[in-house]
Write a protein that binds this ligand. Structure first.
Ligand SMILES: *Cc1c(COP(=O)(O)O)cnc(C)c1O
Length: 432
């Protein structure tokens, strides 16, 4: 037994390899700067502000391009820059990450770009949205922290990802969604077999219920990925920034456009770019971050337009349900990321979102869910209004798969013709 234990330890040490220990040093309040030890805590004891992971800059700076390139072909190649998963044996590896960065020349032509335009296509993740990134990190942290059950409040994609990851590693899951979600997202969650609770209310109601539940004794050993382990969850989005830089040959793009629900993902892409510069993995560059919302739920874009830091909650409507968070937790931080880099925000209505899905599909072969339609339509709008410069290299993030929201566009397109199986039929339809 001792011998076996020794071998396992040696394997862990070897597999952890060049990454060594976690670079995370503690939890830091984003509001007042107070620091706390690492653990399942999300609000500051001093001011109730949101906590995020703080890092030891020296440990981050030890990570080299060669370490990353020698790592797995998944988001875990960046384990040296993440707060969980240093031990490959506790890491939840679902093959998430390293999604395609597609050069979108035809879309660039249509919108008048003279610089390269790229689509980072995160629909290629295992459950077909970017949420697999945040869940990979959150569920790994939950396991390392000793939780036995995993939970979330979801606008749809998070539900898919949590249920799939939990069953893969043999953990129980309990997922909470608003009861009016797209049927594809309900089915794609329920099929994995965990507990799925449809709540009669909006996402903001679901989120409030989950916050209350997380304080109860019955949920003591349950990790809510976007509530009590949210600081870990949020860091998973940094990998969307790291990957774009690595895929561009270790450099930053000049402009990025990201969709916003809570605003978390956008702030973490910015955090990732800043980290890469500060540890010397890429050259500094004056990049600009742009944020996209739907007109049915645009509290952050509205605050941007009004020139204020105060995000006024709204009651969401419209087809971009995955982005329908009316009271966005990271709104002020998203505003700061966009304003401090010289970017902008915009919102688009349901008709523009449908047209955006179709434009992206026709020009790139990427079929996006409504959130990707929001991002594409906002890109177009920002170019047309002169707020986004088409002579600067730009990356847009497609965060989910069109098959999840088919109804949004199913009446926009049909077969070119329906014919009998004959040459005559082809002629009659004008196709020959
Ligand atoms: C969750 C989600 C986002 C962004 O969410 P944030 O809360 O802003 O991090 C973007 N796109 C899709 C498809 C999502 O599901």
């Amino acid at each position: 037994m001792r011998r076996k234990g020794f071998i396992v330890t040696a394997l862990i040490n070897r597999a952890a390899g060049t990454f060594g220990e976690s670079p995370a040093s503690g939890l830091v309040c984003r509001n007042c700067g107070a620091t706390f030890p690492l653990g399942a805590q999300h609000a500051c004891f001093e001011c109730f502000g949101p906590l995020e992971i703080g890092y030891d800059p020296e440990r981050l700076a030890r990570v080299t391009r060669a370490d990353i390139e020698a790592g797995p072909y998944s988001l875990w190649r960046y384990a040296g820059l993440l707060p969980a998963g240093h031990n490959p044996l506790t890491r939840v590896e679902s093959g998430t990450g390293m999604t395609p960065l597609i050069r979108a020349d035809k879309l660039a032509d249509r919108l008048g770009f003279t610089a390269p335009l790229w689509v980072k296509d995160d629909s290629a993740n295992p459950t077909h949205s970017f949420k697999d990134r945040v869940v990979s990190v959150a569920i790994t942290a939950a396991r390392e922290l000793g939780f036995t059950r995993i939970a979330c409040a979801s606008t749809g994609n998070l539900a898919n990802s949590v249920a799939a990851h939990a069953t893969r590693i043999g953990m129980d899951s309990i997922v909470f969604i608003p009861s009016d979600l797209e049927s594809a997202k309900v089915t794609q969650t329920a099929i994995y077999g965990g507990t799925l609770v449809a709540v009669e209310g909006s996402y903001d109601d679901v989120n409030r219920l989950c916050s209350e539940l997380s304080e109860t004794d019955e949920f003591e050993s349950t990790a809510f990925v976007n509530v009590n382990v949210r600081p870990y969850y949020a860091e998973g989005s940094k990998t969307l920034g790291y990957e774009v830089a690595e895929q561009l040959g270790w450099r930053l793009p000049q402009q990025v456009v990201a969709p916003m629900a809570s605003g978390s993902m956008l702030t973490k892409v910015n955090k990732a770019f800043k980290e890469l510069v500060s540890i010397g993995l890429v050259d500094a560059l004056d990049y600009r971050v742009y944020g996209a919302q739907s007109s049915g739920c645009s509290p952050i874009a509205q605050a941007f337009a009004d020139g204020t830091d105060t995000v006024i909650p709204v009651k969401p409507t419209g087809i971009a349900k995955s982005l329908n968070i009316g009271n966005p937790a990271d709104g002020p931080y998203a505003l700061d990321a966009v304003r401090s880099t010289g970017g902008a925000m915009a919102h688009v209505d349901d008709e523009e979102i449908r047209a955006g899905i179709q434009l992206l599909a026709e020009t790139t072969g990427v079929f996006a869910e409504t959130a990707g339609g929001v991002t594409t339509a906002v890109l177009k709008k920002l170019v047309e209004s002169g707020q986004l410069d088409p002579s600067r290299e730009t990356v847009i993030y497609n965060t989910g798969d069109g098959l999840k929201t088919l109804d949004a566009v199913s009446d926009r397109v049909q077969p070119t013709a329906t014919i009998p199986p004959t040459i005559k039929g082809m002629r009659a339809a004008g196709l020959l």
